[in-house]
Design a protein around this ligand. Structure first.
Ligand code: CO
Length: 208
């Protein structure tokens, strides 16, 4: 890639935005009040704003390998805390994607060094849903299902946090589980049964 081209692209983009609205950037600089926290995969094919059709300022974004929300990950936990308590987003989205390399790697036994503990979180999802996954004969279908179940489990990890529980009680914040299908470009709502999960996990994870 020609890195200089990126700066040319940027100049063109600035001109394009200013030709539509001369105050575009001065307005952006005034602050942000996004309504959505989007947690997705770092995969270069899965953009956040572009696939949702939203503009700068509309989504607070966190991306990592395989859209994980590990319970002790300071980065993910800080993003959730800031977005929910300070920016007061009303929606938290976990967006996974089919053909996710992170999920694929967790289904294989190769030693990947520092990636091992990260991928272990996905292996834990596999273990939790081992029966359902092992019953799927077709390997591609099993791979896809693990992507979906991983999204569901990360939604649960989001719900475990005190900030999200409080925002749920106080203003009805919602947690959504989505999958982006790279092969069709479509965004699929997994319709994670938020209220049911909430009731189910609250017995164990409830925080005042
Ligand atoms: Co991925």
């Amino acid at each position: 890639m020609d890195i200089q081209q990126i700066f040319k692209n940027n100049q063109n983009w600035v001109q394009e935005k200013l030709s539509i609205d001369s105050n575009y950037f001065s307005n952006l600089s005034k602050g942000q009040s996004p309504d959505i926290l989007y947690i997705g995969c770092s995969d270069s094919r899965v953009t956040a704003e572009e696939l949702m059709g939203v503009s700068p300022g509309e989504a607070f974004v966190h991306r990592n390998i395989a859209n994980m929300v590990p319970n002790t990950d300071l980065s993910a936990m800080s993003v959730i805390e800031y977005a929910v308590l300070h920016l007061k987003v009303n929606h938290v989205v976990i967006c996974g994607h089919y053909y996710c390399g992170g999920v694929k790697a967790a289904m294989q036994s190769q030693d990947l060094g520092i990636l091992n503990p990260w991928l272990r979180n996905i292996r834990d999802v596999y273990r939790t849903h081992r029966k359902e996954l092992n019953d799927i004969q077709d390997e591609d279908q099993r791979y896809k299902r693990l992507v979906e179940l991983n999204v569901q489990e990360q939604c649960i990890n989001v719900i475990k946090t005190a900030a999200v529980q409080r925002a749920y009680r106080e203003r009805g914040l919602k947690v959504h589980g989505w999958v982006f299908d790279i092969n069709s470009g479509k965004l699929i709502d997994l319709k994670v049964e938020f209220n049911k999960i909430m009731e189910n996990v609250m017995e164990i994870y409830h925080l005042d």
